[in-house]
Design a binder for this molecule. Structure first.
Ligand SMILES: [Zn+2]
Length: 279
């Protein structure tokens, strides 16, 4: 009986809704739109780390970033100065005794910041939805602090967005070279596949899966901070051109990823090195 009463109630409710004047229906819609939007969050999942460390590109990226979530660009080591993991001083400073580009930060961070900004400027020019995040504070010891690259990048990636952190590698013989270290936490991205094609690729389990990839943030190593690359960056007459050329390569790859989607495949050489050269 109770069920029947409820059904009649529901029926009457539906009738009254249908008979509602337009303005009241509009009000319902308005109230509906005021409900907090429940954002879809992905659950991080890490694949096992192989017993023998991987070499070259031992992953395949086919996940597309969520539509409407801009690409997020970060500068590596932006919140870890004057502590472990502050980045490479570069060969000019580390070996040559040159003054750092800016007091208090490593040359790597100096170039990471300029490169990340150049990538966002070029990407915006080419019509990409792309933003840069800088924690501003240069030493944040607690990785859980909501202002860190890791926290902001994780938040972004868990919404299905693509987040990439710019790096330069240590000078020879310490560095490995250019390539993307793919984000791991939420599956491999087609964007990393595209960056691999342009810059080369590291194994996903590089150094037992690094902190950023564990949080869904990709890392892009532009190259060793030595030799001609470092010279051109340090030369004021070549700096802007060099940064622009790098930015154009990154943006080209990101656009390829978005435009070609999962059909894009990087073909990589097997080599004795940890990073693979791809085309
Ligand atoms: Zn770095």
């Amino acid at each position: 009986m109770l069920i029947l009463v409820r059904r009649i109630g529901l029926f009457l409710g539906l009738v009254s809704l249908a008979a509602m004047p337009v303005s009241a229906a509009g009000l319902m819609e308005l109230l509906d739109s005021m409900k907090p939007v429940r954002e879809q969050r992905l659950v991080p999942q890490l694949p096992p780390v192989p017993r023998i460390p991987g070499r070259g590109k031992n992953w395949s990226g086919d996940r597309m970033p969520t539509e409407g979530v801009p690409i997020l660009v970060l500068a590596g080591h932006a919140d870890s100065q004057r502590m472990d993991g502050s980045g490479t001083p570069g060969k000019a400073v580390g070996v040559g005794g040159a003054s750092p580009m800016q007091r208090g930060i490593t040359d790597e961070l100096y170039w990471n910041l300029l490169t990340a900004k150049a990538v966002v400027a070029e990407g915006t020019r080419q019509g990409l939805e792309i933003t840069f995040y800088d924690p501003g504070v240069r030493t944040i010891r607690n990785a859980q602090d909501p202002r860190t690259n890791w926290s902001v990048g994780y938040d972004h990636a868990s919404k299905g967005g693509y987040a990439v952190e710019i790096h330069y590698d240590a000078y020879a013989p310490y560095g490995i070279g250019p390539g993307v270290i793919p984000a791991v936490a939420f599956g491999f991205s087609v964007m990393d596949e595209a960056l691999a094609k342009e810059f080369g690729a590291y194994p996903y389990d590089y150094r037992g899966i690094l902190g950023a990839p564990r949080r869904g943030i990709s890392m892009l190593e532009i190259g060793l901070l030595d030799g001609a690359l470092e010279r051109k960056l340090r030369d004021p007459s070549q700096r802007d051109l060099t940064l622009n050329q790098i930015a154009k390569r990154v943006v080209f790859a990101l656009r390829q990823g978005l435009e070609q989607g999962p059909s894009l495949k990087a073909i990589c050489a097997t080599s004795a090195s940890i990073n693979a050269v791809c085309r």
